[in-house]
Design a protein around this ligand. Structure first.
Ligand code: CA
Length: 456
């Protein structure tokens, strides 16, 4: 009897072990909005401490050359959420906020990361900014997400008293959507705290619920901070008496609020014992903007530019026990790689007509593969007839409609100062050719732009 009991206990042990070994890794993607490349401690920031965001880099890897697929919010997020260059499906601008326009959003024919992970029985949440369309057909709950807490439009107010219209049907003028109340799934909720704190609290609650249900999950925590409007509470402002510029000071306070939130999330993972089964990614959706007091130095340009300051972002990732701690990775990686990485961990098959543009980063981080993750990275801003293509250190870029083409070596010229196009004529031509081939696979923008909104 005694031996039988031991055998039974061993059997249970083995079952528990095999279950934990087979549980797919959770994924948490923390995306900030318009945060500068230089505005995290792990990229050398001195006036805004970000110990919690830095902990992600310390626990895993910081990418010095981490790129997004577009230098403004909407298209960049569409690239991350599908793992595909968004120009392939015409998401080539910030879409109109018109809730009655069934074209202005992430095409329903595309699979989101949440829809893909559903195939491996993930529970999926998006907390914060959606920006993938406001028509009911684009709602996160229609796009593979099981939980939504946030707002459907782009930028947003942070103080509860500044959230004073129920929803987009009450919008009477441009930018008034910054004042829509927060929704939990499809229901309006009255929040009491500063929005960034509310988003962090909601994220912690969501994680705890999944842990208690023994449910693997994907959480896309899309902070709208530190995007304008510059609004911060005394609690966070009081940390920055050393910053005299009022814009930079408020921006710093907003980043600090995000950092506190990241700390709460990391603490929750540790407390729940799921650190080794959770991939955490931190990145900004594009470079620091002109209007929010951010800092992209030493990179050239800012949000909306195809220079490095628009597309190279603070980017770090941890997966304890799998990615070596304290690593610096210096080859080009992309926000597109997040989807490919999690898909590879789950061995999910992808629709052949919708090939992923990213790569599984894990072999590049654990030393199995020391080649370049990407032969080329590409960008296009169709409205401005602007383009960029990168191969290793070499970059060919035409930033705006009337700009001329320039070529830079990013390893010797990080600030894109010395145009080498005359000296490297043959190489610039071959890079242009690669871009042309890629561009031929893209389509025109499929929806009206936010810039022209006047639907109310
Ligand atoms: Ca943004």
């Amino acid at each position: 009897m005694y031996l039988k009991k031991i055998a039974f206990a061993l059997l249970l042990c083995n079952m528990a072990l095999s279950q934990s070994q087979n549980t797919p890794p959770n994924l948490i993607v923390i995306m900030t909005d318009d945060q500068g490349y230089a505005d995290v401690g792990f990229n050398g920031c001195e006036d805004i401490p970000t110990p919690n965001i830095d902990a992600i880099a310390k626990n895993g890897v910081k990418f010095t050359r981490g790129y997004v697929t577009y230098p403004v919010c909407g298209p960049s997020r569409a690239g991350f959420l599908t793992g595909r260059y968004q120009g392939r499906f015409g998401f080539s601008d910030n879409p109109s906020i018109n809730p009655n326009d069934p074209s202005a959003g992430l095409p329903v024919e595309e699979e989101t990361i949440a829809e893909v992970l559903k195939k491996s029985n993930y529970n999926n949440a998006v907390i914060g900014k959606w920006h993938m369309g406001t028509h009911p057909r684009f709602h996160p709950l229609e796009r593979g997400f099981d939980y939504f807490f946030g707002f459907l439009s782009g930028g947003h107010n942070y103080f509860p008293k500044k959230l004073n219209i129920n929803d987009l049907s009450e919008v009477k003028r441009k930018w008034q959507w910054y004042a829509t109340k927060i929704k939990e799934n499809r229901t309006v909720v009255e929040i009491e705290d500063y929005l960034t704190d509310e988003l962090s609290q909601s994220a912690v609650k969501y994680i705890e619920k999944q842990v208690s249900n023994d449910q693997h999950f994907m959480l896309y925590l899309a902070y709208n901070a530190p995007h304008t409007p510059l609004q911060a509470t005394p609690k966070y402002l009081s940390r920055f008496d050393h910053i005299k510029d009022p814009k930079r000071k408020t921006y710093a306070a907003m980043v600090s609020a995000v950092d506190d939130g990241v700390g709460q999330i990391l603490k929750t993972l540790k407390k729940s014992g799921i650190e080794e089964n959770t991939i955490v990614v931190f990145l900004s959706d594009n470079g620091g903007a002109k209007n929010n007091g951010s800092n992209n130095r030493p990179l050239r340009g800012r949000k909306s530019d195809l220079f490095e300051g628009g597309i190279r972002v603070p980017f770090a990732m941890q997966w304890k026990g799998t990615i070596p701690a304290g690593m610096t990775y210096e080859k080009n990686v992309s926000s597109l790689d997040i989807m490919a990485t999690i898909v590879a961990q789950n061995k999910i098959s992808i629709d052949k007509k919708r090939t992923l543009d990213g790569v599984n980063l894990i072999p590049f981080l654990n030393g199995e593969n020391d080649s370049e993750p990407h032969d080329y990275l590409f960008w296009r801003k169709i409205k401005y007839n602007a383009m960029a293509v990168m191969k290793g250190d070499q970059k060919l870029v035409k930033n705006k409609r009337n700009d001329f083409k320039e070529m830079f070596n990013l390893s010797s010229d990080l600030s894109e100062t010395y145009n080498l196009i005359e000296k490297n004529n043959a190489q610039s031509k071959s890079m242009q050719l690669e871009w042309d081939l890629w561009n031929a696979e893209l389509i025109d923008c499929i929806f009206p732009s936010l810039a022209k909104d006047e639907w109310w």
